[in-house]
Design a protein around this ligand. Structure first.
Ligand code: ATP
Length: 198
């Protein structure tokens, strides 16, 4: 997957709609203190499904919405659009992917993939399968390198699994196990009912 465009509106300090082109290769963000460099990286993580307000440096998820200044009123919503090229496994055709996450005050987050309403989980899986995501080591924020050095073996393993694109398999395995347990419970109930009919 190659991310090539990012659009922000009402997200943290990006009150006016802003659009960024991301060129191939390594991208660095430079600028004076407080200009919004970390906010940009957080926007990428957020649209990929980040669910922890703490890792967005906020107390609640609505803190990502532009909070207003002495001269500007707060915004009612924040929206981030990410555009990327993807290649399906075992295929060579490139497909355009557009992921949108929007949060409104009092209404929570809503996600869309290529114009279709989806769940947060669907968004996280699409990025996990492409070996990226909200916790991808490819997004190097401040303090991240020190955190990688200090990580425990299990945390390092999670990073490697994410980089290898297999993190989504764990989620699918958990889902499958839950469905299996529900089916086993249904079968046991059916056995009881059949025994009652004998
Ligand atoms: P540094 O180089 O000091 O780490 P930075 O360029 O990474 O700074 P950010 O941390 O991305 O800057 O941005 C901080 C700015 O974003 C602050 O001015 C802060 O007030 C503003 N900000 C954060 N959340 C919001 C919000 N919800 N509404 C309005 N402004 C916000």
């Amino acid at each position: 997957m190659r991310i090539h465009r990012l659009k922000l509106s009402g997200f943290k300090s990006f009150v006016e709609p802003a659009e960024l082109r991301i060129e191939p290769g390594l991208t660095g963000i430079v600028g004076p203190n407080g200009c919004g460099k970390s906010n940009l990286l957080e926007a990428i993580r957020w649209v990929m499904g980040e669910s922890s307000p703490k890792s967005m440096r906020g107390g609640g998820m609505e803190d990502v919405i532009f909070a207003g200044t002495a001269h500007r009123p707060p915004r009612a919503f924040a929206e981030v659009v990410l555009k990327a090229d993807t290649v399906a496994r075992g295929d060579t055709t490139r497909e355009e992917l557009e992921v949108v996450r929007r949060i409104e005050r009092g209404a929570g987050s809503a996600y869309r993939i290529n114009g279709r309403d989806v769940r947060a989980k669907d968004v996280a899986l699409i990025f996990a399968d492409a070996a990226t995501g909200a916790h991808s080591p490819a997004l190097v924020s401040q303090g991240r390198i020190a955190a990688v050095i200090a990580a425990k073996p299990a945390e390092r393993r999670a990073m490697l699994e994410e980089a290898a694109g297999i993190a989504g398999l764990h989620v699918r395995r958990k889902d499958a196990e839950q469905r299996l347990r529900a089916t086993e419970a249904n079968l046991a109930r059916l056995d009881d009912i059949m025994a009652g009919l004998d």
